[in-house]
Design a binder for this molecule. Structure first.
Ligand code: COA
Length: 339
């Protein structure tokens, strides 16, 4: 069966205005700017203000991506919306139908994907598959998070790492003569035996099995940092290598490595493992921290705005997150103006 090629044709991003510096965190947590910058590379992050939810950030980024693609936010603009998030507005229903409605996109398919920090790549794969299968001509893929709403205010390790934000891309069925912007390959993986390394213990159906009263702390995000670090390096390197091998690309041929912005030391290790010079790894975590499912589109938007991503550039994406989940994707950069 012939399959339809998929191209990236629009990119948008949004950060909530409130910027939280390391110094601000030092005022209420037992930490230092020196510890945070040397261990993570993060200098500041953005947190949504009270009452601002993930869907609000997703709508902003979605609008911008549509604009970047030259599309009005109106029925018919896209045929499907997929939202990757770990911080939905509510446990039920999914956030994406509300986002699609607020964008005025009409009664189209819209659903959430929960793959934590790998969420954007999972959503990219799902939306690409809808296009490839002929179920959609155009798709809006959003990664949006408000981790500030699930961080334990007393946990210095997670507070210094995570930030809020949203990024989105528009995918379109490509024609045979499309050269730039093509999504060339995607690799995904998971290992549920590592589920406890990154988890929110409460709030789901598992908690019902306990007889004890719900503990407020169970609603907070928890992470085993050291084990996550090692897994993140190994899985992102392996998944990236799988994509490179399948495409026949050498490390030299990768113009930009756009990895999940977890920790600069993780990104440097992945680049080293692949044989890609560190200068070709896109870094924006110093200003946004780890924004989970929003991480890759925010990094793409940052690099595109700086002029680093030029049409035709060979771009390798990779991510790792709770689940455990991971993935990698390759594309050639399109001639677009991010919004
Ligand atoms: N400020 C100061 N000290 C801190 C701290 C903070 N914000 N957070 C932790 N520490 C302390 C620890 O308590 C520990 O103290 P101890 O030696 O007295 O026990 C010490 O720093 C070292 O902690 P450790 O966990 O070994 O540090 P690390 O070098 O592994 O760095 C992370 C910690 C969390 C930055 C690192 O493990 C990491 O980035 N992991 C991946 C996280 C991630 O990206 N998760 C998202 C999913 S992809």
């Amino acid at each position: 069966m012939p399959t339809t090629p998929v191209a990236l044709v629009g990119l948008g991003s949004y950060l909530p205005p409130q910027r939280i510096t390391n110094e601000a965190l030092c005022e209420r947590l037992d930490t230092t700017d020196e510890w945070i910058t040397t261990r993570t590379g993060i200098r500041s992050r953005h947190w949504a203000g009270p009452g601002v939810a993930t869907g609000d950030l997703a709508v902003e980024a979605g609008h911008r991506a549509l604009k970047s693609a030259g599309l009005e936010a109106e029925p018919g603009a896209v045929d499907i919306v997929v939202l990757a998030t770990t911080t939905p507005d509510n446990p039920c229903p999914a956030t994406c139908p509300d986002v699609a409605a607020r964008l005025g996109l009409g009664p189209i398919a819209a659903y959430d994907i929960a793959a934590v920090c790998s969420g954007f790549l999972y959503a990219l794969a799902a939306a690409s598959a809808h296009i490839t299968a002929g179920q959609a001509r155009r798709a809006l893929v959003i990664g949006a998070e408000t981790y500030s709403t699930i961080l334990n205010p007393a946990d210095r390790t997670t507070n210094v790492i995570f930030g809020d934000g949203a990024g989105a891309v528009v995918l379109s069925a490509a024609s045979d003569d499309t050269e730039d912007g093509l999504v060339l390959d995607i690799d995904l993986g998971s290992d549920g035996t590592g589920r406890d390394l990154i988890t929110i213990p409460g709030g789901g159906s598992r908690q019902r099995a306990t007889t004890s009263a719900p503990d407020a702390d169970d609603r907070y995000f928890t992470m085993q940092g050291k084990q996550v670090f090692t897994q993140a390096v190994n899985r992102m390197t392996e998944s990236s290598q799988t994509v490179l091998d399948r495409l026949g690309w050498t490390a030299d041929q990768v113009d930009w490595l756009v990895g999940h912005q977890a920790n600069v030391r993780i990104l440097n290790s992945v680049a080293r493992g692949l044989g890609i010079p560190a200068e070709r790894a896109v870094i924006n975590l110093d200003r946004v921290g780890n924004t989970s499912a929003a991480s890759i589109p925010l990094a793409l938007a940052d690099a595109a705005a700086k002029g680093s991503l030029t049409p035709g550039a060979r771009v390798l994406l990779t991510a790792f997150g709770g689940g455990l989940t991971w993935g990698a994707a390759a594309l050639t950069w399109p001639d677009i103006v991010p919004v």
